[in-house]
Design a protein around this ligand. Structure first.
Ligand SMILES: NC(=O)c1ccc[n+]([C@@H]2O[C@H](COP(=O)([O-])OP(=O)(O)OC[C@H]3O[C@@H](n4cnc5c(N)ncnc54)[C@H](OP(=O)(O)O)[C@@H]3O)[C@@H](O)[C@H]2O)c1
Length: 337
């Protein structure tokens, strides 16, 4: 079979297509023929080896894949050949609390990921796809959608009438917008262009603000909430946005700390976190149970994943380059024949 490897050379040249041995299904495993993969910002960091992200070289990148089962381990009775499935970001985290062991098993990080034609994976980790959900739609969900769900629904306990602030129009943020609107929240969105702002409003954002034209979006968020501040921030920027997120959050509010777009460390107004009694909540994706909830949400609610563009398997480097450009709106998908 064909697989992509992160080879550790500079830039996008690090990504190389290779011939690799097809996997077999050990006891408790199935082999999935991958039909679609989606990209996350994390994959870009892994491929380029930036923001302190390291791992074994070579390794297969990407965490998010969907496909059909083509082989069953001898003891597997819960699946049949041809079943359509999506693979969780951390296949060992079925339910319950997060752990270091689950984190270490994240696909495309310390272990091989899904940007290859076939993957052997534990049978009990998989989530079945509804007939109406395409492989491309399903492949958008394991990292970004589960993270948004964990941030707002599981940890955030989002209530109708709450105000949620989202940052930008990438994978996590658009899923957060859709989930928040469906649960009766008001959504404030900051973004880099008027065109993206208009598309965010079409998806339900109640108010938008261009952070490129004016970086002081925290004052705007306070004005939008009568000086009180927002209930939740889906914080994807990191050190350069966190102080503004703290400023924009109400007393007793919640910040889901998710992203590292502007770096991995910085000077933070810690006193404002305690003075305002803000719950600063580190989120790292979520469990198989959350993925099943997200698959259900994006097939039974009126909302569907927003796919910016699809690329052929042979054009994976172009797909990563498109993510790097920041010109995308929603998810970038790679399809395999
Ligand atoms: N902790 C976790 O579990 C977890 C899970 C998923 C992702 N993440 C992290 O979350 C971040 C987003 O991931 P993603 O896959 O959703 O990325 P993505 O799809 O590449 O989206 C990135 C978007 O963020 C916006 N953006 C960039 N810089 C910004 C800034 N300074 N302020 C506000 N918005 C900014 C831009 O949208 P506009 O052009 O519209 O502004 C950009 O297109 C990454 O750092 C990723 O590593 C963490």
């Amino acid at each position: 079979m064909q697989a992509y490897h992160i080879t550790g050379t500079s830039g996008l040249d690090s990504l190389k297509i290779v011939e690799a041995e097809s996997p077999t299904a050990a006891a408790g495993q199935v082999v999935v023929q991958i039909r679609s993969v989606s990209l996350n910002y994390r994959d870009y960091m892994n491929i380029l080896g930036i923001r302190g992200v390291t791992g074994p070289i070579p390794r297969v990148p990407c965490s998010d894949g969907a496909g059909e089962i083509i082989a069953l381990g001898s003891d597997v009775t819960t699946w049949q050949l041809g079943d359509r499935v999506v693979i969780p970001f951390m296949p060992s985290w079925l339910d319950g609390p997060f752990s270091q062991a689950h984190s270490s098993a994240a696909l495309g990080g310390a272990v091989d990921g899904v940007l290859r034609q076939q993957v052997a994976v534990s049978a009990d980790s998989l989530v079945r796809l509804p007939d109406a959900m395409s492989f491309a739609q399903a492949a958008t969900l394991p990292c970004a959608a589960v993270t948004a769900w964990d941030a707002l629904i599981v940890r955030g306990q989002l209530q109708p009438g709450s105000t949620v602030l989202i940052q930008g129009s990438g994978g996590v943020s658009i899923f957060a917008l859709q989930i928040a609107k469906h649960h009766g929240a008001r959504v404030l969105a900051i973004t880099s262009s008027e065109e993206k702002a208009s598309r965010l409003r079409q998806l339900g954002a109640d108010a938008t603000f261009n952070y490129k034209q004016n970086p002081d979006w925290a004052t705007w968020a306070l004005e939008q909430t009568g000086g009180i501040g927002v209930d939740h921030v889906v914080e994807i920027g990191g050190p350069e946005t966190l102080n503004r997120s703290i400023q924009a959050t109400r007393f007793g509010g919640h910040i889901a700390l998710i992203g590292v777009l502007t770096g991995t460390s910085g000077e933070i107004q810690t006193v404002q976190i305690l003075r305002k009694g803000i719950r600063l909540d580190g989120v790292y994706v979520g469990s198989r149970t959350m993925l099943a909830q997200v698959v259900d949400f994006f097939s039974t609610s009126p909302h569907r994943p927003i796919i910016d563009s699809t690329f052929a398997f042979s054009d994976a480097a172009a797909a990563v380059s498109h993510l790097e450009s920041g010109n995308h709106f929603g998810k970038i998908v790679i399809t395999l024949d």
